[in-house]
Design a protein around this ligand. Structure first.
Ligand code: TYM
Length: 401
């Protein structure tokens, strides 16, 4: 497997312009596993952002930031779409690269939460980040709510964020189960929409910009939020001077892992059926059972065809992300095999790959020495110091200091 490196041209280079070639970004081909190549060098398709790239301040060193909501134990989609990539970036980052990963607990509050449940989920999410291999000596891992500057900057950014832009975004509509073309004028929206859910993307932009992040590794579903963060950074810079780099989205090769029960929808923590997702804490048996009952079809042969055979194709894609081979290769290898044997292989492969994570997770959750809390405390302090540096610049630029 290729070694990953983020190597950023320094001192004022436009962080989004490809360093060489024809000026086009390389897009991932769906269904083709492209292990790690995507972040070998930024000219090799680190960005799938679509808007033009305005200049930001000079970039001295890369800053990588990403977050995950503590709304349930992270699942296979979170792992392949984000967590596994965070660890790869951490393990290959050049010296001087800052890495911050946050349990974004304030974002979880945009839909009602039970306090006891949320307290448990925060810890579980934190333990999972450690279990997948984030190393507190190298990466700053922290709870968003322990760094008040995230919300302070959110207020400031809300003074430049456009209501029109926010109203066109999809997340508030999907959370309220409204159609994509719903508007603020719709009576359902007026009755149900809360300001926190509507302004969710402003807090996400603040998470990224408060650390002056240059790169944000996420799954495909976060693309719109990343575009909004870029727009917000540029709007602020336009008014107050070059404070924020324009953050670049690093979309994982596993762009969108699909639900095992509704393979046209992404795997998610909120789906009613627990068999629709594989949790990183599931036992080998649970994993194999979930894969065995995954929704597929009754065609006799195995083929890779995401449009017409989404269930089988999802299993093939998952396998390709673990085995580092293309979906077409897997499909030809299994062409004449039974669906049952493909499922058995996929189930075992996932179970074997996640076994170490589960073991470490259980160890961390069992630990009575206060390890997790001390990592979270230290992470919070480091993140606060990083955020303070930015807030000083912001306040100076705006006349607040
Ligand atoms: P969240 O908690 O929904 O998901 C965390 C990460 O997992 C990725 N992901 C997936 N990738 C592939 N297939 C899937 N089925 C799948 N499901 C989830 C997500 O793309 C994400 O990278 N709004 C964010 C959290 C956030 C954030 C931020 C992220 C808040 N502030 C700042 C980056 C930077 C969210 O709800 O992610």
């Amino acid at each position: 497997m290729a070694t990953m490196r983020i190597s950023i041209a320094r001192h004022g280079a436009n962080p989004l312009r490809p360093a060489s070639g024809n000026g086009n970004f390389t897009y991932f081909r769906p269904g083709v596993a492209q292990p790690s190549k995507w972040h070998q060098h930024r000219s090799l398709s680190t960005s799938t952002s679509t808007s033009p790239s305005p200049a930001g301040p000079p970039i001295k060193s890369p800053v990588i930031f990403s977050g995950i909501q503590p709304t349930g134990v992270p699942h296979l989609g979170n792992y392949l779409g984000a967590l596994r990539e965070w660890v790869k970036l951490q393990d290959s980052a050049e010296e001087g690269t800052k890495l911050l990963f946050s349990i974004v607990d304030l974002h979880a509050l945009t839909v009602p939460q039970d306090a006891k449940q949320l307290r448990t989920w925060r810890r579980e999410a934190f333990a999972t980040l450690l279990a997948v291999g984030l190393d507190p000596k190298r990466s700053t891992i922290f709870y968003q709510s322990s760094v008040p500057a995230h919300t302070e900057l959110m207020w400031i950014l809300s003074t430049v964020a456009s209501m029109g832009y926010l109203s066109r975004m999809t997340q508030w509509k999907s959370k309220l189960q409204l159609p994509e073309d719903a508007s603020l004028e719709d009576s359902e929206a007026r009755a149900q929409l809360r300001l926190g859910l509507f302004s969710y993307p402003v807090l996400q932009a603040a998470d990224i910009l408060i650390h002056r992040a240059t790169h944000v590794p996420v799954g495909e579903d976060q693309r719109q939020h990343l575009e909004f963060s870029r727009y917000t950074a540029n709007s602020f810079n336009h008014l107050y001077g070059d404070i924020f780099p324009t953050p670049e989205a690093l979309i994982s090769p596993a762009k969108r892992v699909m639900s095992l029960k509704e393979p046209n929808n992404k795997m998610s923590k909120s789906h009613a059926d627990p068999k629709s997702r594989i949790l990183l804490t599931d036992s080998a048996n649970e994993i194999k059972k979930k894969v065995k009952v995954a929704l597929t079809d009754s065609e006799p042969k195995i083929s890779y065809d995401p449009t017409n055979r989404p269930g089988v194709s999802n299993l093939i894609e998952i396998l390709s992300h673990f085995e580092g081979v293309t979906c077409q290769e897997i499909a030809s290898e299994y062409e004449t095999a039974s669906l049952r044997s493909l499922k058995e292989h996929v189930g075992s492969r996932i179970a074997d790959s996640l076994a170490g994570i589960r073991e470490r997770y259980l160890g961390i959750m069992d630990d009575k020495s206060g390890y997790l809390d001390s990592v979270a405390r230290e992470g919070g302090e480091v993140a606060q110091a990083s955020a303070d540096l930015t807030m000083r610049k912001v306040k100076k630029a705006m006349g607040l200091a």
